[in-house]
Design a protein around this ligand. Structure first.
Ligand SMILES: [Mg+2]
Length: 134
């Protein structure tokens, strides 16, 4: 990574096994990683604890509040406004994609087709293209 400052990434998923895999992958790539297995905990970290990640990867199907609802709250309350938000999910229905687009997320990765190194590559690609657009 070319940036001198470590990028902060927050990975949200109810699957701890996947979180551990992503954490390992992103840590090795030089990121400062936080993982979270619930949307409510993630919201607390961002809203109450003032955590400001550069990148958020977020699963959609989770118990309690789902990932798209979390992003909806972040958008409405203008939280984590500088973060690149990427939905990382098994759900690939056109409704989900449409809803994610409505929430103006920066990217959408289907987990089933992406091993951690591909997720990392895709996240870096999306992050880079967002930088160009700013
Ligand atoms: Mg899930």
């Amino acid at each position: 990574m070319s940036d001198a400052i470590q990028k902060k990434i927050l990975c949200i998923d109810d699957d701890r096994f996947l979180l551990d895999m992503y954490a390992l992958k992103f840590t090795k790539a030089g990121y400062q990683v936080k993982t979270c297995d619930s949307t409510l905990t993630a919201l607390k970290m961002i809203k109450e604890e003032g955590y400001q990640p550069d990148v958020i990867t977020c699963d959609i199907v989770m118990p309690g509040m789902d990932g798209l609802s979390l992003v909806d709250v972040l958008r409405k309350e203008n939280l984590a406004s500088k973060a690149v938000i990427i939905m990382l999910t098994n759900q690939g229905t056109s409704d989900d994609v449409a809803n994610a687009k409505k929430l103006n997320v920066d990217g959408y990765i289907v987990k089933a087709t992406a091993i951690p190194s591909e997720v990392l590559a895709e996240v870096e690609k999306i992050t880079a293209s967002k930088k160009y657009n700013q």
